[in-house]
Design a protein around this ligand. Sequence first.
Ligand SMILES: [Zn+2]
Length: 782
Amino acid sequence: MTNSDSACNKGIKKGSCASDSRRIFLKKACTAAITIAGSDFIFPSDPELKYRQNSNESMPWYRRITRWGQTNITETDPATYDIKWWRSYWKRTQIKGIIVNAGGIVAYYPSRIPLHHQAESLGGRDLFGELCRSAHEEGLAVFARMDSNRAHEEFYNTHPDWFAIDASGKPYKAGELFISCINSPYYDEHIPSIIKEIIEPYHPEGFTDNSWSGLGRDSICYCDNCRKRFREKYGLEIPSGADWDDQTYRQWIRWNYDRRLEIWDLNNRTSKATGGKECIWAGMNSSSVSGQCRSFRDYKEICARAEIIMLDSQARSDSEGFQQNGISGRMIHGLLGWEKLIPESMAMYQAGRPTFRLSSKPPSEARMWMIEGIAGGIQPWWHHVGAYHEDRRMYNTAAPVMTWYKTNEDYLIDRNPVANVGVVWSQQNMDFYGRDATEQLVDLPWRGITQALIRSRIPFLPVHADHIDRDAKKYSLLILPNLGAMTDDQVASVRRYVAGGGSLLATGESSLYNGWGDPRPDYALSDLFGAHITGKVHALSEDKNARRIQETLHSYLRIHPEIRSSIDGPHNSLEPPATGVRHPVLKGFEDTDILPFGGSLNPLITDKGTEILLTFIPAFPIYPPETSWMRVPKTNIPGLILNTSGQRSRVVFLPADIDRQFGRYNLPDHGNLLANLIRWGSFNDFPLVVDGPGLIDCHIYRQKGRLVLHFVNLTSAGTWRQPVDELIPVGPLSIKVRIPEGITGNEIKFLVSGKKPTAKINEGWIRFNIDSVPDHEVVVIL
Ligand SMILES: [Zn+2]
């Protein structure tokens, strides 16, 4: 599991002399503006580095406040909240801002607004006001936290028409509380009046809101406000239920997204009108794209409006690991810009599986989640639920990370990520292709690809499908991980990217559906893939599709050419190279003619000039063992197609859903094949090579006059099953990094161990070793 450029790369280069000569041609043919595939790795140039290097006081507060803390107030806290103790904790953890419960469902100050429910134990105390004043005295910024989507029975009885109802007219409830309707005066009048009431006496710097986006996608509101507005906009009635094939339901989905953006804008207008232009309303967002979909939060449009993203993503999931946090940071920065900040709520209590609000999270588990976020450009924000704890161990977790962050902050913000592999995603694909099977159709292929990249130590960045034209010049390889739903514009931008010399790796059903998830007659990118669907493309709503991707079949893929026996069948499309030498993307599989599969693929015909390196072997019984023999050992159904004809770049099409299988089962064969394809597609031309044992997440950034590398050690007994309670050091790691223009490599330092290594510079690369990495190491090269 190394990224060595020695044996493997030499093999690839020997096997692709024709490609090398094409690379030389490309270098000559491409204009300076299009330096994509085939050219040597290009670093972002200095003029792109427009960001500050140090925080400075003239910037708005939301660009300066980088370390946050939050004590989420429970109903009994007002009676006992010890502000003096918490002030000392703020100092000890080096925070620059706090998030404090203010109003919404419950008010923590004496509100005059009718029906604004006061916390039961408030007893006349102005707890929010005291905390806000205390924070300001300490020089801290304050985000007033709202929670605005439900209310008590008295409120419902006074304004029943402000609340969401189902088709039978029954109000939607969460426990004892009634859920307010997003189209009602609750959001247009009540919440803005609370925002104004809070700003006038307390002057918080801004607002967050935990559940600002109201009722989620799983419930349809049929109140008069909703019916009237939907009729006015589309001349249609609210859909009678969820039906992804029904255009009315699809319009209802879009309409709901638009309404949340209206709320975002309204709350910002309200807070700025009363509190000044820097008094922003920042809502709250999730790192889960499918979660954002279910809440109608359009990430791309929100990031186009937001000055800061307050991220509620408190702990890892077993399925995705700590690395999920580094990917989230890079994905959101890709939309928001790298000059803005993304603080993230990080649980100091046992959040996740299972949750214990009052027990300390094992410190190694909490620490690794924080570190991965920081590596991905996220800012730390500790989070406790309740102001009094009998498990006091949780107060020791944040301070060491926060203190280290403060010392090294200049290296951790305002930086440009460096990567030449982009992985494409879109929320539209999650909605209209993923529909009710997002885990199988979207998340697993994404996870398989990103995990193969991390395992191979190849730096990469998420790319939004609408930003391909804007961002593509950075990348030598774009990956479409089963990006089933693509608009015509997105298809055209991929086509322009490849025409400009970019390489492409597409998997599964990429481009087979339009932006609404309706089937196309063939892949929209079929000419690039060199492959065409035979027969009718199934509609996503067909049951067989949902079943097909959930089953794991006892099927295989046959490798071509076989090494132990020659191919003699009538499978004319197989055409193995005459030499019998395998393609470099099959490196490492010399001692096998088959690979485990288990997944699904569509039958295809391929264009002349394509190479088919894997074919499908249909499923046969596992039990009893006597029956476990191949019924059909060979087919001409392609599992892997390379198309380099007619294009200047390399196109890999993987109809076999190896990415989904790797995301699901973690079989090394699948990860190694994906890594080989990515290396070949990228001309094996990466900015960074890391050798040594372990699972290491590698991040690389450029700042003015320096490179910043962040290595996170994910090797641990708890990598795939939380919590981690022991950090297992790995090392030595041997690192090789390209040196961009403007950096000499004469000075190098480690920000975690504090060591100053010796480095060798040779032919534009700097080489050095890291002896041991317990949790992470940050390397600065000047
Ligand atoms: Zn409604």
